[in-house]
Design a protein around this ligand. Structure first.
Ligand code: GAL
Length: 361
């Protein structure tokens, strides 16, 4: 082999060796041509996680970093399982954690473990409390609650009501978002002339629709079928549970009921008249932002943000997106316009007449 060709061969081998090392150690400013990102989601009873968050996140990472590997796990609402999943991901070489915690307080343990391995943590959708989190990406969740409260009050006033009880069904007590939704909702309801019941506020264990249904059955037994004028439900899952309880009790029409997440079943309930509103949080910009920040961190970059949120331990650099209220009147301009669902998906035979009446054609 000529000396020139030998020289080229040696140089190429060297370059390959250097390149490989850079990818492997993503935290040292390596090019994002490779690296391991762990995505840890909390549950799958709520449709957003497997139908939107995960596929959108994976697609964006692929677009930004073809050779990046995603280590995905879903905790099925079990905090100790999420702890194990995070440990496994770190042992498996995860260089960035994108964590949507089952329990925002308990997840601090995962953050300190990650930190001990110099692995940055992105708090995805729900804020991890009292821990040195690197980024927080979510929606303005107090605004979510405010929109739910305002839309409900406007509807009740439209129906000629000025006072009465609103049954309040909050989210999971271990989810910081549930506290923010609750705070926002109270800011709209407490000065509205309507009263939220029971006191103290009820928080739905594990966000489980069946827990919300059982609670609503108890409220109906206590208050009577026409002892309340509306229902504040923190998300579509809990709204579905409450509506099933009201339907089973023979309450028709169902009083105005809120929701969140723009699940397909909820959009159909809204068109059909059983649920009054939901909150649409465009999942794509949230998942895209998390992917962008994760890949940037792999490259050793620190994206700047225009705000921070204090999580009890530090001012966390944050990206917060704007939610939208959805009723029968703007389904087309929101979830259909954003291609979350087609009119065909919403207007199945059971909803065809209601869709026509709502101008959803
Ligand atoms: C919240 C999330 C909501 C919701 C709920 C249940 O943290 O922001 O979209 O559905 O969890 O998983």
């Amino acid at each position: 082999m000529s000396s020139r060709r030998l020289a080229v061969a040696v140089t190429t081998a060297l370059l390959l060796a250097v390149g490989a090392t850079a990818c492997e150690s993503g935290n040292s400013g390596g090019s994002a041509s490779g690296g391991k990102i762990a995505l840890l989601l909390p549950e799958s009873q709520t449709t957003r996680y497997e139908q939107h968050d995960r596929p959108l996140f994976e697609a964006k990472v692929k677009e930004l970093c073809a050779n990046c590997e995603i280590i995905y796990s879903n905790a099925q609402q079990d905090q100790s399982r999420q702890q194990q999943q995070a440990e496994a991901a770190l042992n498996n070489g995860a260089q960035v954690l994108v964590l949507d915690p089952v329990d925002g307080a308990a997840a601090a343990t995962i953050v300190s473990l990650a930190k001990s391995k110099n692995v940055p943590v992105i708090s995805y959708d729900r804020l991890i409390q009292n821990a040195p989190v690197d980024y927080y990406i979510s929606f303005d969740n107090e605004r979510v609650g405010q929109l739910q409260g305002e839309t409900l009050v406007n509807r009740l006033k439209e129906l000629g009501k000025t006072s009465g009880d609103i049954v309040m069904i909050n989210g999971s007590p271990t989810d910081n978002n549930a506290k923010l939704f609750n705070k926002g909702a109270h800011s709209a309801l407490d000065t509205s002339g309507f009263k939220t019941v029971p006191t103290p506020d009820f928080f739905t264990p594990e966000w489980k629709p069946e827990n919300a249904q059982k609670f609503m059955e108890g409220q109906i037994a206590q208050l009577g079928k026409d002892g309340f004028v509306g229902v504040y439900a923190a998300n579509d899952g809990t709204a579905g549970g409450a509506i099933s309880a009201m339907r089973a009790a023979g309450i028709t029409p169902v009083p105005p009921t809120t929701g969140q997440d723009a699940e397909l079943a909820a959009i159909q309930r809204i068109v059909g008249g059983d649920q009054y509103m939901t909150v649409y949080k465009a999942f794509k910009p949230e998942a895209d932002k998390a992917a962008e920040v994760a890949v940037a961190l792999l490259k050793g970059e620190k994206p700047s943000t225009d705000r921070t949120v204090n999580n009890g331990a530090t001012e966390v650099p944050s990206f917060l997106l704007e939610p939208q209220s959805v009723t029968k009147d703007n389904v087309k301009q929101t979830v259909v316009a954003d291609k979350l669902y087609t009119i065909e998906q919403i207007c199945t035979s059971a909803y065809a007449a209601a869709c026509k009446a709502a101008g959803l054609t």
